[in-house]
Design a binder for this molecule. Structure first.
Ligand code: PAF
Length: 278
């Protein structure tokens, strides 16, 4: 695997590969890689000639300073995992390399109303930061296909919108959520959970699954009410649990096709998100 920190060197190598008609698959990450990320690398490996991964903890998408400071950065371990998975190129720039002119963000305000809901409402400015970095990375990497995990479902819709607008030739791949044995969605943040918190964190998926199981019955509203109660009992603090249309995020009163349940909870000091297509 070739490790590159410089943007120009990275883009020159990409251009070299593209000149040979090689198909570039791209997996952008913030590192602290787990099996979920590695499944994205595997998908890229299956569909593309050259697999590129980026590791960059993007400061402009954090709206809480301590979250950015505490974000895990086990780069040596990440490199080993990527080599093992057969990744070809790792782009791992410093903050100045990307934001030399200051931490200026693009605006996502005209991306559609869905962007202001849920994560958009809970984390003001977050998607502006995501759009800024994803755009820069796509410009440097010039991928044919990109691979994103469904766990960050709203982010996936944001990136799909960005692609429709600015990069119409990129193929977007939505990859399934990988879960621990008890159902907890894999996340780089899970290592921050205490042993006690980890033990009860299975409840998040259990409640989502219960909602799905009841979706086609009259019972789903009761399931939703129960889930909201359970996921707001200490040490859980519920930020949102929303059942809505999976494309528009319009809220749903009655059973309909193409629905999704999305949840964000604070468990102790750790913020966790998850979702399930209903
Ligand atoms: O999902 C992530 O890890 C990040 O939001 C991304 C897409 C790499 C942008 O920083």
């Amino acid at each position: 695997m070739i490790l590159i920190k410089n943007s120009q060197t990275f883009n020159a190598l990409i251009k070299e590969k593209k000149a040979k008609n090689l198909k570039i698959g791209f997996v952008p990450t913030m590192g602290a890689l787990h099996a979920g990320h590695l499944s994205l690398i595997k998908s890229a490996r299956q569909k593309c000639d050259i697999v590129v991964c980026s590791i960059f903890v993007n400061p402009t998408q954090f709206n809480v300073a301590s979250d950015l400071t505490n974000y895990p950065r086990p780069i040596e371990k990440d490199i080993q995992l990527l080599v093992h998975e057969g990744c070809d190129i790792l782009f791992h720039p410093e903050v100045d390399e990307i934001y030399g002119n200051g931490l200026v963000k693009d605006s996502s305000s005209d991306f559609g109303s869905f962007i202001h809901l849920l994560e958009g409402a809970s984390r003001p400015g977050h998607f502006d930061g995501v759009i800024t970095i994803v755009k820069k990375l796509f410009q440097l990497c010039e991928p044919k296909e990109v691979f994103f995990g469904q766990k960050d479902y709203q982010q996936c819709l944001v990136v799909e919108t960005l692609i429709q607008r600015n990069f119409p030739n990129i193929v977007f791949n939505l990859c399934p959520i990988l879960r621990e044995e008890d159902g907890l969605a894999m996340s780089s943040r899970n290592i921050r959970l205490s042993a006690e918190e980890r033990k009860i964190s299975y409840k998040i998926y259990k409640e989502l699954k219960n909602l799905k199981d009841n979706w086609q019955t009259q019972q789903w509203e009761i399931a939703l009410k129960n889930a909201k109660h359970i996921l707001n009992e200490a040490p859980f603090k519920l930020e949102y649990l929303s059942v809505c249309n999976a494309k528009t995020f319009d809220s749903i009163d009655n059973f309909e096709e193409n629905a999704i349940a999305l949840v964000a909870v604070q468990l102790g000091n750790t913020r966790l998100i998850d979702n399930i297509l209903l």
